[in-house]
Ligand binder design. Structure first.
Ligand code: KIV
Length: 262
């Protein structure tokens, strides 16, 4: 079972092999994702929303990303683990970006970091790549800029998006996440850049697809974007199991003799 690396992903694009990416935030799910041969586990700052319950990703800290990142890395043998640089850990200065990305790599053992932004982040991406930190870009709807974008909206400025994608690729990123962009625009970006594109709400023309784990497994009920396909309803199953446990304890049927010591 060959491990996935930043360079093997570029080779997959060249061969026309689709790439799978799912977010992961803890050890048990990292093992399940890895054993399902998901190519990339993204420790996304979406952890702030789907695990910690914040309204958006802005409050997430570097320490929180390191905590979740370490748990995921411990559960992985094959997948490439990418960790999000959280809001304000890389925007102030390149020195800051180097320090925080370096800390995340060193303290988690992850294979790469991801940061949001196009042309305006090219210099930062180049600086990180130059010191040996692989970077995945993220353009289109960039959730850390939700207040600037006026909400979680589809991004349609073709020229801007193409420029952003080209700038991120030219700066040395090994892959690019494209979020909430019409399918024709992301297909055009995918043709234009040599690095793999991984879409979320960006149509079938990307080189790969990413979904948020809790959305696709039915573990987050506050909202579900229209582009998400829900593959399971684990929330309902967990709720059934917990209700059964509660009923059995209260009516005295659990624990039975097989769960007790003589
Ligand atoms: O944080 C995250 O989960 C992400 C995905 C939406 C790509 O960045």
């Amino acid at each position: 079972m060959a491990t996935v690396t930043t360079t093997s992903l570029v080779a997959m694009k060249r061969k026309g092999e689709k790439i799978t990416m799912i977010t992961g935030y803890d050890y048990p799910f990292a093992r399940i994702l890895d054993q399902a041969e998901i190519d990339i586990i993204l420790v996304g700052d979406s952890v702030g929303v789907v695990v910690a319950g914040y309204k958006d990703t802005l409050p997430v800290t570097v320490e929180e990303m390191i905590y979740h990142g370490r748990a995921v890395v411990r559960g992985c043998e094959r997948a490439l683990v990418i960790i999000d640089l959280p809001f304000m850990s890389y925007q102030v200065s390149i020195a800051d970006a180097k320090l925080q990305a370096g800390r995340i790599m060193k303290e988690t053992g992850a294979g790469a970091v991801k940061l949001e932004g196009g042309e305006c982040m090219a210099e930062t991406i180049r600086a990180l790549v130059e010191i040996g930190i692989p970077v995945c870009g993220h353009i289109g709807l960039t959730p850390q800029a939700v207040n600037q974008l006026g909400g979680f909206k589809v991004q349609r400025e073709t020229e801007r998006l193409l420029k952003d994608a080209e700038a991120v690729a030219a700066a040395g990123a090994f892959a690019l996440v494209i979020e909430c962009v019409p399918a024709e625009i992301s297909a055009e970006i995918t043709r234009q850049v040599e690095i793999p594109t991984i879409g979320i709400g960006a149509g079938a023309g990307c080189d790969g697809q990413v979904l948020v784990l809790h959305d696709m497994l039915g573990l987050f009920d506050r909202f579900r974007p229209s582009f998400v396909k829900q593959y399971a309803d684990l929330g309902r199953e967990a709720s059934r199991a917990l209700t059964d446990f509660s009923r059995e304890v209260k009516n005295g049927t659990f624990p039975g003799p097989e769960h007790s010591f003589k």
